[in-house]
Design a protein around this ligand. Structure first.
Ligand code: FE2
Length: 424
């Protein structure tokens, strides 16, 4: 009988070590030099980067792959996107949302993206998005971990019935408490919503992941309240502030006070660079603000920061491929993370960093971890971010779920030597 179900041979791990990985019964059974071992399936990954799967900590699966329905976002702003989505969610059926979400999960798997935290709009009383995504979570669970966040898109207090509907969604089994304080009617309502939602999470023992200060307004300071409430209620380590774009425009003196408070409260941050580089600064002439929060500065304070994808082909964003390396690539540019250490960190953010922020269990490439990994046609993490290369093999929970032939032919047709592409 074979020793392993799958043996991945000769891969280069993100930390530069070369190691074989043996997978048995859905888990990583051995990592190291496994010369002479037998397996039902042997994968030759000689010289290829073998990484734990990509993780997206911020997505909207109820809206994905709906681009152009009912029409395109002409102004390109967050607010027009919200208005468009308001129309779409009334037309969309549960079956149609399930179909779009499952199609997206297929894209994700082919890119080695095997864990997604998705917000789901809990505003309308019909809660069709919640019904659809709970069904999807169940359908994909053997190969993709889907966490759902109860997201009161139109405001917890601003939209009629929104608080009650959010509670109903949590009762239906949604995993995380969301919020959108900057979209409430007043700064005061925003602050009260953060307090209320954190108390709901504390009562139910749930994590919090809030859209927070997704605005160019330097006076939007709900992250301060989120850090305060996190500390007051003892929620440290399970609270995320998503977007935090107002921090880009805040006064430096205030930020020098704010960052230690976020660090002390153990609140993590999820910027979404693809989306915020196109949504923010739309009211500026020139200079135009970049619309990304202060990533390096937060990391220097010890605040966990991940990269989120947010949207793919929906009312807010017309592009996207479910590739977390696209996200890391954009984040690297906008945050100017160009030193070798920072570029490697961008890769770590879309793998280990994101996994830790959303509390994935059994994640990594160590013995005893869940048997999930991706083999990339690149030699190291920096090259992976630079090339966003083919995912040659994707293994989820001990099974091969996607494979792709090494595509050298395409490059040879361009006349460019292969050495441009790989490991040189
Ligand atoms: Fe979002």
């Amino acid at each position: 009988m074979a020793e392993f179900d799958i043996l991945v041979k000769g891969g280069v791990l993100p930390d530069g070590r070369q190691a074989d990985i043996g997978i048995r019964d859905g888990f990583i059974a051995a990592v190291g030099e496994l010369f002479g071992s037998t397996a039902r399936e042997v994968i030759d990954a000689s010289g290829d980067l073998v990484a734990p799967p990509f993780v997206d900590p911020h997505f909207h699966m109820d809206a994905t792959l709906s681009y152009g329905t009912p029409r395109i976002n002409a102004s390109g702003t967050l607010l027009e996107g919200i208005a468009l989505w308001g129309e779409l969610r009334e037309q969309a059926t549960v079956d149609e949302m399930v179909a779009r979400a499952l199609a997206y999960c297929d894209w994700a798997v082919s890119q080695g993206l095997l864990a997604i935290r998705s917000h789901v709009d809990t505003t309308p009383a019909h809660l069709r998005g919640v019904t659809a995504l709970i069904e999807v979570r169940e359908k994909v669970k053997d190969y993709l971990d889907l966490q759902l966040v109860a997201f009161p898109q139109d405001g917890l207090y601003r939209a009629q019935g929104a608080r009650e509907n959010l509670i109903r969604a949590l009762d239906m089994g949604v995993d995380v408490v969301g919020g959108i304080p900057h979209f409430e009617r007043t700064m005061e309502d925003g602050r009260a919503s953060v307090r209320d939602l954190c108390e709901i999470a504390a009562d139910r023992g749930l994590p919090v992941d809030m859209h927070c200060d997704e605005t160019d307004d330097p006076a939007s300071r709900h992250i301060e309240t989120l850090a305060y409430e996190t500390q007051r209620l003892g929620l440290g380590g399970r609270v995320v502030g998503s977007h935090l774009t107002s921090m880009h425009s805040m006064d430096n003196y205030y930020v020098s006070k704010l960052l230690p408070l976020i660090a002390e409260a153990q609140v993590a941050a999820i910027p979404n660079p693809l989306i915020n580089i196109v949504l923010q600064g739309r009211h500026d002439s020139y200079p135009k603000r970049r619309g990304l929060t202060r990533v390096k500065e937060m990391q220097a304070m010890g605040i966990p920061v991940g990269w989120g994808q947010d949207c793919v082909r929906d009312p807010w964003y017309s592009l996207g491929t479910a590739d977390m390396l696209d996200v890391a690539f954009m984040g690297l540019h906008v945050a100017q993370m160009t030193s070798p250490e920072e570029m490697r960190r961008c890769f770590d953010m879309v793998t280990e960093g994101n996994a830790s922020i959303i509390g994935l269990e059994g994640y990594g490439l160590h013995e005893g971890a869940v048997g999930s990994l991706v083999v990339l046609d690149a030699g190291d993490p920096i090259e992976a971010v630079r090339l966003r290369p083919d995912r040659l093999w994707v293994i989820s929970k001990g099974k091969v779920v996607s494979r792709q032939a090494r595509n050298d032919a395409r490059l040879s047709l361009t006349g460019r030597p292969d050495s441009i592409r790989r490991r040189h």
